[in-house]
Design a protein around this ligand. Structure first.
Ligand code: GCW
Length: 689
């Protein structure tokens, strides 16, 4: 029951069906059966059958088209509309961006109306078809002359799949892409994944883990990658790959992988030519280098720009392929005894002075926060530093530090803290979303990537409710000003149905989920207090958040807690932001409470703006968070009988587990800090178990 995700097309009630025209034909203005326009026509055909019980034929040759009676649906690009007899007044339609679409109707007579769906390109037409279907499912009115364009051109997914079929940070079974060192023979699930992506406007995917392997580009896998691209292309999804920097040495047998060595350059050029033979519309290369043990240009005494440009030049002769060079470069053997050491400083330090050094097809891919997908972080300061080099902002849909799909955490409210943050670059309005879209600095190509580790599990991510985050990710790439309540309501209606109890319950628990998780996992910007040392990043382990080389620290002792990141007395990280933001974080009085311990080291008795002390806030927040989570399985009971038993039970089990685990979190963390500082809980709850 999970495979269709939010694209279920459950039959509409008879009284609603009777209000819809009985379309008999879909006119696909496309000759090719692998084009996204034709895919759209087939999707419409399938949707109309399931939703309205209509048997609709697809026609595409001019002779057939001429004979088709109304009411019909006509779909194509603006260009194909102009070339056909299906004329529309294009001059009156506002300009659309790449991948944009236009939905409208054409009145034939008093009782007959055609539906028109036009795309700025073929992919745009497919997105228009999905919008039409989603309006239909939700019984929302069909718009007259409605246009929609994406906010950013890059709307991509990063899978962290390994060639052996395992998935790094995957919580839903083995890979749908790879098995035993090679691309899977059966790519049915890959096509279904592309369909889900297309339905929310996602147009690209990097199919393998950033911790890559040289065998990715062996001759057999080159062909396999070609097959993946062929399966996803009809859905308007292009593929790219993550490279292993030492491939010249480890696969090519060269003595070095030095990016300036002519043999290395020739090797990558050749490999790239071969790859383009199999994937002619390759998106490009994603690079994790000099990070967490990966080799990279610094290994050979070269700069990060030398490394990026090596691949950029290899790609250039073949098309519009880009290098996505990750900013996630840091020393993971950092010495905590040095109070100046700070992993949060690493990205700006490593990329300092490189803004003018990259080829024009290099983008820097930056995680949303300076550390690593924590429950709350300020935006990465590097987001304010690059002007010439466009960026990709990296989110994480798989909830590595956020309960790994065993906890419901609806992510858009967290994403909005980043997207809506005004960096005040040059003292002017600079919301992160406007930097990322390319508007701020006039970049032509920039946008979003999210780590999504779907696997073979029939729920895709390991939990039905976690899929709201994948859906929402697409919606936010398209429109970062989307309302998070409206998005979860849409997803719920599409996934579970429109009954008000269903929509209200799922909306309520989803909206309560991130605040609850923050409350019981790590407050005031102290990070998700999970197990860093065992590397599972799951479950409470506040002790593991110090004394590790990873640089994810709290600096908690018997008296005080938090990282001093000020310029005056700390690591200087606050000073990496533009002046107005730097001043806000430098001063403890203007630092918001929810990031207090991210930027300041304070006694447990420090008084917050709320009037509470830090330690009492900890105690109270952990009780509040766990209390909220206790209500989730109870609220869920309202859905019994309103949705299918299978998804009801599957979700009930997870929410019950979450409720229990939130108590484990609450007590572990409260007892840990109580033991550390000895300050009693004003309400006498902590330490008495
Ligand atoms: O969050 C960390 C993860 C690693 C991951 C790394 C990265 C793929 O714990 O598993 O490696 O980030 O983003 O490269």
């Amino acid at each position: 029951t999970g495979l269709q995700g939010w694209l279920r097309y459950a039959p509409l009630p008879a009284e609603i069906i009777s209000h819809h025209p009985s379309f008999s034909h879909i006119v696909a203005l496309s000759r090719s059966e692998t084009s996204p326009v034709y895919t759209a026509a087939k999707e419409l055909q399938d949707g109309l059958k399931k939703l309205l019980n209509l048997n609709v034929n697809i026609v595409k040759t001019p002779a057939e088209i001429a004979k088709v009676p109304s009411p019909k649906i006509v779909i194509g690009t603006f260009d194909s509309f102009s070339l056909s007899d299906e004329k529309i007044e294009i001059d009156r339609i506002p300009d659309l961006k790449e991948d944009g679409h236009w939905l409208s109707t054409r009145k034939i007579d008093s009782s007959t109306t055609d539906v028109l769906i036009a795309g700025q390109n073929e992919r745009g037409a497919l997105y228009g078809a999905f919008e039409f279907l989603m309006l239909l499912v939700q019984n929302k009115p069909y718009p007259e002359g409605h246009t929609s364009s994406p906010h950013a051109p890059i709307r991509w997914i990063n899978q962290w799949d390994n060639l052996d079929g395992t998935i790094e940070r995957g919580y839903a079974g083995p890979s749908i892409f790879f098995k035993d060192g090679a691309v899977m023979d059966d790519l049915t699930r890959v096509a279904q994944y592309a369909r889900l992506m297309a339905s929310v406007g996602l147009n690209g995917i990097i199919v393998n883990n950033v911790n890559s392997h040289c065998n990715l580009l062996n001759p057999i896998n080159m062909k396999g990658l070609g097959r993946i691209a062929d399966v996803m292309r009809p859905w308007g999804v292009r593929i790219g790959v993550a490279l292993y920097f030492d491939t010249p040495k480890d696969l090519g047998g060269l003595p070095t992988s030095d990016p300036l060595n002519p043999d290395v350059v020739a090797y990558w050029n050749d490999l790239t030519t071969q790859l383009y033979r199999n994937v002619p519309d390759l998106l490009g290369y994603l690079i994790k280098a000099n990070s967490e043990g990966q080799p990279g240009p610094l290994t050979y005494g070269r700069t990060l720009a030398d490394g990026a440009n090596l691949f950029a030049r290899a790609l250039k002769p073949h098309g519009d392929g880009v290098v996505m060079y990750r900013a996630f470069v840091y020393n993971h053997h950092l010495d905590e005894s040095d109070l100046k050491n700070d992993r949060a400083n690493a990205a700006v330090e490593f990329f300092d002075g490189l803004d003018d050094e990259f080829e024009d097809n290099v983008l820097v891919q930056i995680k949303y926060g300076p550390i690593d997908f924590q429950v709350r972080e300020p935006p990465s300061p590097l987001l304010s530093r690059l002007r010439r080099t466009p960026i990709i902002l990296e989110f994480q849909v798989c909830q590595e530090y956020l309960g790994q799909q065993s906890h419901l955490v609806y992510l858009p409210p967290l994403w909005r803290t980043i997207l809506d943050f005004d960096l005040r670059i040059d003292g002017t309005p600079s919301c992160v979303r406007d930097v990322v879209s390319g508007n701020k600095f006039g970049w032509k190509r920039s946008g979003y990537a999210a780590v999504v580790t779907v696997g073979q599990d029939s729920t895709w991510l390991g939990s039905h409710l976690a899929m709201s985050n994948l859906y929402a990710y697409g919606r936010y790439c398209w429109d970062p000003l989307s309302d998070e309540v409206a998005v979860i309501q849409d997803w719920t209606r599409l996934t579970f149905g429109s009954h008000p109890t269903i929509v209200d319950t799922i909306t309520k628990i989803s909206m309560e989920s991130w605040p609850a998780y923050e409350n019981y996992s790590g407050n005031l910007g102290i990070q998700t207090l999970c197990d860093i040392v065992k590397h599972c990043h799951y479950g409470p382990s506040p002790a593991a958040m110090d004394g590790n080389g990873w640089g994810q620290w709290t600096r908690a002792d018997a008296h005080a807690i938090g990282m001093d990141r000020t310029v005056a007395t700390g690591t200087g990280n606050a000073g990496q932001y533009p002046p107005e933001v730097a001043a806000m974080f430098e001063d403890i009085k203007t630092t918001p409470d929810d990031l207090l311990l991210w930027f300041h080291h304070v006694p447990y008795t420090y008084q917050l703006k709320s009037g509470k002390t830090v330690i009492q806030h900890f105690y109270d927040a952990h009780y509040e968070g766990a209390k909220a989570a206790q209500t989730f399985p109870i609220q869920w009971q309202a859905l019994r009988g309103l949705i299918d038993e299978n998804r009801f039970q599957h979700t009930a089990l997870r929410l019950t587990y979450q409720a229990g685990h939130s108590i484990v979190w609450r007590d572990s963390i409260n007892n840990f800090y109580h033991a550390k500082c000895g300050i009693p809980d004003e309400q006498g709850r902590v330490g008495n178990h």
